[in-house]
Design a protein. Structure first.
Length: 337
């Protein structure tokens, strides 16, 4: 086969057509997603790819919400919670979250416990002379038994439970991964109500809201680099309820049955948002030195802000910390849940 000669114009056109397009950042924002706000940043050279990533993320959120929503009476989770002491067929996603919840309950010594919902319910209903606490199963007593191979789960406790402290992080991580898998997309940063997940080729900066600042747009208390990692923050400084005439945190210590008081906010930097979600909840009730020790053993980062203003971090967090830039566009903040 003989190669045909090309003109100068043809050579210029070919060189131009091979030149890579410059990547752009596309931002998509929504309200009332999983009961909160959503912000999705997609990096791609192609607007169509960014729009497909948006569609994939939203579709995955909707799909998983039908399975894991704790607010819908018709979700798979709600229907399963209505059963007791029976092996019920469940989806792979519900089985995975139930298994992860039980694992974190054991690894945190009960500081993370889906059964904490029963404590919250009891405290909210407490009268002025009622100092009792909800009676929860001991740590060695399982809340449920999951057979992920057989695809069944058996509920073993009758009291109220909630997967909110891990399910949203699980949904965020899965949805961000779906968006990143779209051809032509290099980076995805998904923030749903303070649960932040990044997947991609370039690190991004994420800020942690100051728990003592009067406004949500105040400068962050810290900023960290995220690359194929997640950030979640828990704290009771924006949410709570009245107990005996005093406002208390909505986060309770399942081990004592009392509202968390020492930690103002706990942030965790982990590979996936479900892990960051669960651990930030546990670290909100654990002593700072215990939290740092557990974070070190797991290879995750932590930032703990106490009510007296004391701050504790570990080496993983410090290695990824960057100097805060006090402007509105330099970071994506993780607000406490």
């Amino acid at each position: 086969m003989r190669r045909l000669p090309t003109t100068r114009l043809e050579r210029v056109i070919r060189r131009w057509s091979r030149r890579p397009r410059r990547a752009r950042h596309f931002l998509f924002c929504y309200e009332h997603v999983l009961g909160t706000s959503l912000e999705l940043q997609v990096t791609s050279a192609y607007e169509g790819a960014a729009q497909r990533a948006e569609a994939e993320a939203l579709a995955e959120i909707d799909r998983l919400a039908l399975i894991l929503s704790g607010w819908s009476s018709t979700s798979e989770l709600a229907l399963w919670l209505a059963t007791y002491d029976a092996d019920v067929p469940v989806s792979a996603e519900l089985a995975e979250v139930l298994h992860a919840s039980a694992t974190w309950r054991a690894r945190t010594g009960g500081a993370f416990d889906p059964g904490a919902q029963a404590v919250v319910d009891r405290l909210r209903a407490a009268g002025p002379d009622d100092a009792s606490r909800a009676s929860l199963p001991a740590l060695h007593e399982p809340l449920w038994r999951v057979d992920r191979v057989g695809g069944t789960a058996r509920r073993l406790a009758r009291h109220a439970v909630s997967l909110d402290a891990i399910a949203k992080g699980y949904i965020v991580a899965r949805s961000a991964a779906r968006a990143r898998a779209v051809e032509g997309v290099t980076d995805v940063l998904l923030n749903v109500g303070g649960d932040v997940q990044h997947y991609g080729e370039h690190a991004v900066a994420a800020g942690v809201a100051d728990p003592f600042a009067p406004a949500e747009n105040a400068p962050p208390v810290a900023v960290v680099r995220l690359q194929n990692a997640a950030l979640a923050t828990s704290g009771g400084y924006r949410r709570g309820f009245l107990l005996h005439g005093h406002r208390v945190s909505h986060i309770v210590d399942p081990r004592t049955g009392q509202p968390a008081e020492r930690i103002a906010s706990a942030s965790v930097l982990a590979p996936d948002c479900a892990t960051a979600d669960a651990l930030s909840t546990a670290f909100s009730v654990m002593a700072p030195d215990e939290s740092v020790a557990l974070a070190d053993s797991l290879g995750v980062g932590c930032l703990l802000v106490e009510q007296d203003g004391s701050v504790s971090t570990n080496a993983v967090w410090q290695d990824r910390a960057v100097a805060p830039r006090h402007d509105s566009t330099s970071h994506r903040e993780s607000h406490a849940r």
